[in-house]
Design a protein around this ligand. Structure first.
Ligand code: COA
Length: 251
C-alpha cells in the first residue's frame, strides 16, 4: 500500500513497517506545518493499527531533514504550543509503536532531536547532525534539553546544544546517538528489516519493555511544554528574527 500526500510527506507500508518519508528534497526536507500534520496523523494511525510493527522515518533525496522551515518560523506568532511542530513532538513522545530513524545526509534542528525519540537509529556514512538552536536565537525543543544530556552526558550535550557543532556519523555512533552506520543505499531496507524483527516479537512484552526503557512519559511531555513556552518567547525576540532573516537572505 502506498499513499501519496500532497503535503511533501510520503506514507507507505513496507511489510510490517510504516515508512514516513519527508519528501521536500529541494529544501533539504525542511518541515512545514502540512508536513508535521501528515507525519503526526501517520503516527496516530500507526498506534491504532496492530499490523504495524514499527514506524521508519527517512528523508528523500539524500537529506533527512533540515528542521523546521525557517520561513515559517519567521512568520510564526502566538504560543509555541500552537506551532504545528508541537503536535508532532508530542506525538513522538507519546507514540506506542516502536520508531526507527534511517538518517542519510543532513539532520538539523528537529531533524536531529527527532532521533532522540526513536528506539533504533541507523545513519549513513554521510549523515551529519546539528542542533543550532542558540545560533538561531532559539532554545532546544522536542524535550532534547532533557533527553540529550540523559543520552550522552551533560558535558557533551552542553557542547552540542550551546556551541551547535556538527556531529558526523562516526561521532553519532561513538556517542550512542546511533546504533549502526549503514550504506546509504541499504539504509531503508536495513531499517525495514529491523521493523520486521520487532513486529515478530511478543507484542505486549515489547510494548511494556519499551515503556520501561523510555521512562516517565509525563516528564518528557512536561519538558516539551516548558521548552515550547521558552521557544515561543525566543521566536518573538529580535535576536531570533535577525538570525532567521540572515539565513533566509544569505544568498
Ligand atoms: N527552512 C527553509 N528552507 C531551508 C531550510 C530550512 N530549515 N534548510 C534549507 N533550506 C533551503 C535553502 O534555503 C535552500 O533553498 P533555495 O535553494 O531556494 O535557496 C535549499 O533548502 C537548499 O539548502 P542549502 O542551504 O543551499 O543547502 P546546503 O547543502 O548548502 O546546506 C543545510 C544544508 C541544512 C546545512 C542548510 O540549508 C541549513 O543550515 N539550513 C538551516 C537549518 C536550520 O537551521 N534548521 C532549523 C533548526 S531549528
Amino acid at each position: 500500500m502506498r499513499t501519496d500526500h500532497p503535503d511533501n510527506v510520503v506514507i507507505e507500508r513496507d511489510g510490517r513497517a510504516l515508512v514516513i518519508t519527508f519528501d521536500r528534497p529541494e529544501k533539504k526536507n525542511a518541515l512545514t506545518g502540512a508536513m508535521y500534520g501528515a507525519a503526526t496523523r501517520a503516527i496516530h494511525e500507526a498506534d491504532r493499527d496492530e499490523t504495524v510493527g514499527a514506524i521508519v522515518f527517512r528523508g528523500a533525496g539524500g537529506a533527512f531533514s533540515a528542521g523546521n522551515d525557517l520561513t515559517d518560523f519567521l512568520e510564526a506568532s502566538g504560543s509555541g504550543l500552537e506551532l504545528p511542530a508541537f503536535g508532532f513532538v508530542e506525538a513522538l513522545a507519546a507514540c506506542e509503536t516502536p520508531m526507527i530513524a534511517a538518517v542519510d545526509g543532513v539532520a538539523v534542528g528537529i531533524g536531529a532531536t527527532l532521533i532522540l525519540h526513536c528506539d533504533l537509529v541507523y545513519v549513513s556514512p554521510g549523515a551529519t547532525l546539528r542542533m543550532p538552536f542558540v545560533d538561531l536565537g532559539l532554545v532546544p525543543e522536542a524535550a532534547s534539553s532533557l533527553l540529550l544530556p540523559r543520552r550522552i552526558g551533560l558535558a557533551k550535550a552542553s557542547e552540542l546544544l550551546l556551541l551547535g557543532d556538527w556531529i558526523s556519523a562516526d561521532e553519532a555512533l561513538r556517542l550512542g546517538l546511533a546504533n549502526e552506520i549503514v550504506a546509504a543505499g541499504k539504509l531503508r531496507a536495513h531499517a525495514v528489516a529491523k521493523a520486521e524483527r520487532l513486529a515478530a516479537k511478543p507484542r505486549a512484552a515489547l510494548a511494556a519493555t519499551r515503556r520501561l526503557i523510555r521512562g516517565d512519559r509525563a516528564e518528557v511531555l512536561a519538558r516539551i511544554e516548558v521548552e515550547g513556552r521558552c521557544f515561543a518567547e525566543a521566536l518573538g525576540s529580535d535576536e531570533a528574527k535577525a538570525a532567521l532573516r540572515s539565513f533566509l537572505e544569505r544568498k
